[in-house]
Design a binder for this molecule. Structure first.
Ligand SMILES: [Zn+2]
Length: 351
């Protein structure tokens, strides 16, 4: 019996079963072929399996799975244990101890005085200019978080006015004055601000020493108070290594004569010129005792007092001091490591 005749003789159900069987056989063959192709492709681009060991045929890489790169990704923190980390590049020569650097800022507050002393472990402010003269924004720009010591040299508004702003906005540990009273509203508010800030209040006289961190400020004046507020100014000498600063407030001729009559060491490379370089101060005898290399005065541009006075500038020139003023140069910063000092000014192009 031929195949055709047999086919004709089978029932419809049997024919359907045979067709389905044939289809299954065909599909299986096709699947096998695809599987083989897949395996061969997989073996051509082995991801992590070592060569020579074929991957198991039951787990071919599906086409959607990205093939990992042949070279393994290096670890994110490649620190070879045998190679130590290189030392950080020093910002300064090895013989300079960064912790010894001190900055003294004669801040441009217009007509007034404001001097900031910054050491690694302490911050001191001597006077604060008039109210709203910019000392608080200046301190904030520098990132000053707190002041260990605030000194009010004397109760005039161009020295204590800005200290009210400081006490209201920046934490202060100690406030130091000469104890002289004044009758102005500014002075009253200054006392209120000290009380509100809960700062310790200290009055000093000649011979006292102010410590703040490693900073040491010797109180040279006043020994006693007179009717002159200017002449009662607290005079401070700060020595760091072999570099000295003399901060004179607004003392005038009488106080300078009192100081030159003593054997107190007045020498200082850096002099904060007394009383905004007024002719009332900076007598030749006093300047001879100080022997300043640099004389820095604070005065407002075109101020109504005519500061600095020509006679004073001439007297400073006679002792050979380099003269800088906040009215001309803006804020002046002296940086010292105790051996040498450097000066930077806000307006370097000025004469
Ligand atoms: Zn003044």
């Amino acid at each position: 019996m031929g195949l055709k005749q047999r086919w004709a003789g089978w029932s419809g159900t049997r024919k359907t079963l045979i067709i389905v069987l044939l289809l299954v056989l065909f599909l299986c063959s096709a699947c096998g072929l695809i599987t083989l192709v897949g395996i061969s492709r997989y073996q051509l681009t082995p991801p992590t399996v070592e060569p020579g060991i074929p991957p198991p045929p039951s787990t071919p890489v599906p086409p959607s799975t990205p093939v990992p790169p042949a070279t393994p990704v290096p670890p994110s923190t490649p620190v070879p244990p045998s190679t130590p980390a290189p030392p950080p590049t020093p910002a300064l020569p090895p013989d300079v101890d960064v912790s010894d650097l001190i900055e003294v800022h004669i801040i441009d507050v217009g007509q007034g005085d404001a001097i900031l002393v910054r050491a690694p472990d302490a911050t001191v402010l001597v006077d604060g200019g008039e109210r709203n003269s910019g000392v608080v924004p200046y301190l904030q720009r520098l990132g000053v978080q707190k002041l260990d010591v605030v000194v009010a040299t004397h109760p005039h508004a161009d020295h204590i006015g800005g200290l009210i702003d400081v006490l209201q906005q920046i934490p202060v540990d100690r406030v130091i004055t000469n104890g002289q009273l004044h009758t102005t509203l500014t002075y009253e508010r200054f006392l209120d601000a000290i009380a509100d800030a809960r700062a310790e209040y200290i009055e000093v006289v000649r011979g006292d020493v102010i410590h703040a961190g490693n900073l040491v400020l010797d109180v040279l004046h006043p020994e006693s108070l007179t009717d002159s507020l200017n002449d009662g100014s607290v005079v401070l000498r700060m020595t760091h290594g072999s570099v000295s600063f003399l901060l004179t407030g607004d003392i005038e001729k009488a106080a300078e004569e009192e100081l030159t009559a003593t054997d107190i060491d007045l020498r200082a490379q850096i002099l904060k010129v007394a009383h905004h370089a007024s002719r009332s101060s900076s007598t030749p005898a006093f300047l001879q005792r100080v022997q300043p290399e640099v004389a820095i005065y604070s005065a407002g541009a075109d101020n109504r007092y005519g500061h600095p006075h020509d006679e004073t500038l001439a007297a400073l020139a006679v002792v050979g001091a380099q003269i800088l003023g906040t009215d001309v140069h803006g804020t002046v910063v002296v940086t010292t490591d105790g051996e040498t000092y450097q000066i930077t000014v806000e307006h370097p192009s000025s004469p």
